[in-house]
Write a protein that binds this ligand. Structure first.
Ligand code: MN3
Length: 250
């Protein structure tokens, strides 16, 4: 197994701990990848910026068990997601995108001007990098807090009502796609879904806004363990959501 792509949690903490010391902090609340306010998602507002290359996972393949099994994580990350990153690199080169100047969120906000290959793989790469960092090892009593919880309750009625709506968006997405929680231009939280590897940053998408949480409901994300039982995968996945990251994104 390649260490570069399968960091242990200890390595991860060691790295981010160093970054925290370099920044004059005793400990980092969020690791360095969570520099979430340096990108501009076109007319959708400020969205989490993501590099054009695949980053190491912030946890080991085994860390999300039992909700997501290690083999699914390994194949999902090292085969499926790696292919999106590779194909995106090809499309960027073929279509003359200067990745020194362009940002992924900006490119996605003007995706209608690019090829289907750019759309599928630019979206695929962004969505997976976003997804990996929306999760952490499962914990009990996991839920939103603070301003995020208050806004969810304001916009959906309750946290449970929000989770039901989000789960339904994932269950009801026909074929392959994603369920999302987004913040609209007007500052309202909205749940929806996108087909294939589209996302709410794309100018081609019906659902527009700043993504706060995304769930991969492609069969490759759950089939080994859950087969056709997408609802069971979604129910188990809630235990993995890193609400701290979701709150920072808001
Ligand atoms: Mn996937």
């Amino acid at each position: 197994m390649n260490n570069k792509f399968n960091p242990t949690r200890r390595d991860f903490i060691k790295q981010t701990g160093k970054a925290g010391l370099a920044a004059g902090l005793s400990i980092t609340v969020l690791p360095s990848w969570a520099n979430i306010n340096d990108g501009y998602g076109g007319d959708t507002g400020i969205a989490e910026e993501i590099p054009f290359e695949q980053r190491p996972l912030p946890y080991a393949y085994t860390d999300l068990e039992p909700a997501i099994d290690a083999l699914t994580m390994e194949i999902h990350y090292s085969k499926h997601a790696a292919a999106y990153a590779k194909n995106l690199a090809e499309a960027l080169k073929a279509e003359g995108v200067d990745t020194g100047k362009e940002k992924l969120t900006g490119l996605l906000s003007r995706i209608s001007k690019y090829s289907a290959k750019m759309r599928n793989n630019g979206g695929g790469h962004y969505n997976h990098e976003f997804f990996w960092r929306s999760m952490r090892a499962a914990s009990e009593n996991n839920g939103p807090s603070g301003e995020l919880a208050a806004t969810i309750i304001h916009d959906f009625g309750s946290v449970e009502a929000f989770k039901t709506q989000f789960s339904d968006a994932g269950k009801n997405r026909f074929g392959s796609g994603w369920a999302w929680l987004v913040k609209t231009k007007e500052g309202k939280l909205v749940v929806g879904s996108t087909p294939n590897q589209d996302n709410p940053l794309m100018d081609t998408s019906e659902l527009r806004g700043t993504p706060l949480l995304g769930l991969d409901v492609w069969e490759h994300a759950y089939y080994l363990k859950y087969q056709n039982r997408r609802p069971d995968y979604i129910a188990a996945w809630w235990k993995l959501v890193d609400w701290e990251v979701v709150g920072k994104r808001m």
